[in-house]
Design a protein around this ligand. Structure first.
Ligand SMILES: CC(=O)N[C@@H](CCC[C@H](N)C(=O)O)C(=O)O
Length: 370
């Protein structure tokens, strides 16, 4: 199988969370071309779950996320997204290809234990891991341990990086709608301008991390979208901001949210407007199992041409954390050496990393559950 070709096929057809219809079909078609004797394939919404019968009853799961982001690609690739305004800018095209590469190996070579491959929709939002668990998708093949990777553009190919304990932050989306009184641009005293209210609020939000969070803890409040108004000479009746909150502890998340509520009350009073807060999708932190990290580290350090790098916590989020709340496991960063970062419209991960990851994880899983 030409894995780079498959990755490019995924890259062409990015789809948003729970709309991964073509992506799901490409996964199913790829699996259909593998030896079927040991495989059981099922679908869940736009996801796919594949069980591989192995020697022992011990069960190990491997998860890949599937969705793209609402971004307009600017890589200049000949295999760029054909879905206007949607892009695989977080490496999920790599994640799926690598999972299929590992699966292809174990469809040919009997694994030492039961394997479960989970192709999970909607990691970027609204989250696929939690509903998958809640709907009991894994109840007949409950894993004893579980793995996933995420590409890291800052690390060279041949490097993997992780750490015991918290790897990724607690996250919450943030959507706030402002409702005031529109009017003629020339009569501001007869209106409540929601562009001005939103601008004040966004500025005040910056004080939360600076003034309310313990400097020895950490938090991020990022507003990625600000919208309001319809015409340059009309005072805006509505505005909307969209963002995300990241913290290293649940307590800090509570602090940020309570400060947002307090600031909202102040803006509502000051601008005589109404504000509606929606926290959208919330993800718990990603907590790695210390013993499995130690096994993974030892394996990596004994592998030819592989480097292990001890990670620090990242403010990225991942709903893989929901799996790790119930199943011991780990997530690790895979070096893909791109000059442009995650969520950048020019993200250009090196494809050599695909074969490296397939070889590395195949070798690691060969040793599990014997
Ligand atoms: C690895 C990565 O980039 N994950 C995303 C997860 C997003 C969760 C949610 N939509 C949010 O924005 O809070 C990330 O942005 O870290």
């Amino acid at each position: 199988m030409d894995w780079n070709k498959l990755r490019r096929a995924f890259h062409r057809i990015p789809e948003l969370g729970f709309c991964e219809v073509k992506t799901q079909q490409l996964i199913l078609d790829t699996i259909a071309n593998m030896r079927q004797t040991r495989l059981t394939v099922q679908t869940w919404k736009t996801g796919v779950i594949v069980r591989v019968r192995g020697k022992s009853a011990y069960t190990v799961a491997y998860r890949a996320d599937m969705d793209g982001l609402p971004l307009s690609e600017e890589t200049g690739y000949e295999f760029a997204s054909i879905h206007k305004g949607t892009m695989h800018a977080c490496g999920h095209d790599f994640h799926m290809t690598i999972a299929l590469g590992i699966l292809a190996h174990f469809s040919e070579v009997e694994p030492p234990c039961q394997l479960v491959f989970i192709f999970q929709p909607a990691e970027e939002g609204p989250g696929g891991a939690k509903p998958m668990l809640e709907e009991g998708v894994l109840k007949d093949c409950w894993p004893d341990e579980m793995y996933a990777l995420h590409i890291d553009p800052t690390l060279p190919v041949g490097t993997v990086s992780t750490k015991p304990g918290l790897l990724f932050a607690h996250t919450s989306e943030l959507f706030i709608d402002f409702h005031g009184q529109g009017g003629h641009a020339a009569y501001p005293h007869k209106a409540n301008d929601m562009v001005v209210a939103a601008a004040h609020f966004v500025t005040q939000l910056q004080t939360i991390v600076a003034r309310n969070i313990d400097p020895l803890s950490s938090a991020v409040v990022t507003i990625g979208v600000i919208q309001g108004g319809t015409k340059q000479n009309v005072i805006a009746e509505t505005a909307r901001i969209e963002g995300t909150i990241r913290t290293l502890s649940e307590e800090a998340m509570e602090t940020v949210k309570s400060r947002i509520v307090a600031l909202t009350k102040g803006i509502e009073a000051a601008f005589e407007c109404k504000m509606m807060i929606d926290y959208g999708a919330n993800y718990c932190g990603v907590h790695n199992d210390a013993t499995l990290v130690s096994d993974f580290r030892s394996f990596t350090e004994s592998a030819a041409q592989m480097t292990y790098h001890e990670a620090t916590e990242a403010m990225t989020g991942e709903d893989f954390g929901y799996f790790l709340n119930e199943i011991p496991g780990l997530m690790f960063w895979l070096g893909v050496d791109s000059p442009y970062g995650l969520h950048d419209v020019r993200l250009a991960p090196k494809e050599e990393a695909i074969e490296v990851a397939i070889r590395h994880m195949t070798g690691f899983l060969e040793l599990r559950g014997k």
